[in-house]
Ligand binder design. Structure first.
Ligand code: PLP
Length: 367
């Protein structure tokens, strides 16, 4: 049996007719940028996130960048980000002209260690970026406390966590601003790149809108030198087709995670990620820790089971950030996890036979 890591074709087939209708509607009007579907999607996505505003942008990376700008981050600032995240979180900080300051993660779940934030603050630190990695919310109470003690803006990176809840409240509604990605493989994926900035702050929303579209206030008036970072109207129309299904897809992911958890918890040689009672995770990824990870991964592959590593190199050790002069050993938890973590196949439609096969293949690979 072959079990893919994700299977994006299933939804494409199921939604073909609705996608075709959306495509025809947009192309008949040739409304490709800043059209009505974009505004409709922004309203619907803001409501989904429990926020007053959503601003559709060109990618998750640009969403983090614009969220930082809208939260007041400026060139020369320091911004605290976890060492264990996708590089885009730190890249966005660099794109603003600010400097990422890395902190370690928690052994139990790989999320930012909020206790490490205070000690990492410098006189130039203006913001902190909690990343709701794998679809699990960061401890936002602890983060809010440290951010407020140091006067830091909280900018959430919710690119892997559409619909995740912390104490019953959706991620994306905690920070001054937050960023989402609609990269195709995400819990809500476009048919290409896309992203959104969410916020409850009207001024921040206006800043994100201004910067995403060349700083344009009125036609031919450009208040700031902005970017070409718009979410295409066609992608917004396709996302509008998918958004009503997102809650059910997230529920399906949780069911898959429950099956994996009950089959794997307590097994010798594998440690599942424990998700706290105060959060509702959306399992963008299902991550376990194993010894001899690369060997296990290879043996899984031989049995037809695809897997991933998120992420094999913590950001402080990436060539792109040698300039910051971190060394191996600076963030031991992130470094150790990077050697052991393994992401198993996870998508809403993975069926019972495939799940059972993944578990059996993993048990054999561990033996
Ligand atoms: C945590 C995190 N931040 C930011 C991004 C960037 O999103 P995009 O690929 O849409 O630019 C991603 C996407 O992989 C991500 O996982």
């Amino acid at each position: 049996m072959h079990v893919p890591f994700v299977d994006l074709k299933i939804q494409a087939v199921e939604m073909r007719a609705e996608f075709d209708a959306a495509f025809t509607s947009v192309t008949q009007r040739a409304a490709y940028t800043m059209g009505p579907e974009l505004r409709q999607f922004e309203e619907a996505f803001a409501a989904f996130c429990g926020c007053d505003h959503a601003v559709g942008v060109s990618s998750g990376t640009d969403a983090v960048k614009l969220a930082l700008i809208a939260a007041g981050v400026r060139p020369g600032d320091d911004v605290i980000v976890p060492a264990n995240t996708f590089i885009a979180t730190a890249e966005a900080v660099s794109h603003v002209g600010a400097t990422p300051v890395f902190v370690d993660c928690l052994e139990s779940n790989g999320l930012m260690d909020t206790a490490a934030v205070g000690p990492a603050v410098t006189p130039r630190t203006t913001a902190v970026v909690p990343v709701h990695l794998y679809g699990q919310p960061v401890d936002m109470d602890a983060l809010a406390e440290v951010a407020s003690a140091h006067g830091l803006a909280v900018v959430e990176d919710a690119c892997q966590a559409h619909g995740a809840l912390y104490k019953g409240r959706p991620v994306g509604s905690f920070g001054v601003t937050a960023a989402f990605s609609f990269y195709p493989g995400k819990n809500l994926g476009a048919l290409g790149d896309g992203g959104a900035v969410t916020t409850n702050d009207r001024a921040a929303a206006e800043t994100a809108r201004l910067y995403r579209n060349h700083g344009q206030e009125d036609k031919h008036t450009h208040r700031v030198a902005g970017y070409c970072d718009r979410l295409h109207n066609l992608q917004a129309a396709l996302l509008l087709v998918k958004l009503p299904h997102l809650a059910a897809w997230n529920e399906a992911r949780r069911a898959v995670a429950r099956d994996y958890d009950s089959a794997l918890a307590g097994r010798h040689g594998v440690t599942v990620t424990r998700v706290g009672d105060e959060v509702t995770a959306v399992y963008h990824l299902y991550v376990v820790k194993v010894e001899d990870r690369d060997g296990v991964r290879e043996r899984l592959g031989e049995r037809g089971v695809e897997s991933g590593i998120h992420y094999p190199v913590p950001l402080h050790l990436q060539p792109a950030y040698t300039v910051l002069e971190y060394s191996p050993g600076d963030f031991p938890v992130a470094e150790l996890r990077a050697e052991r973590i393994l992401s198993l196949p996870m998508f809403p439609e993975i069926d019972q036979t495939q799940r059972a096969y993944v578990v059996t293949a993993l048990e054999q690979a561990l033996a």
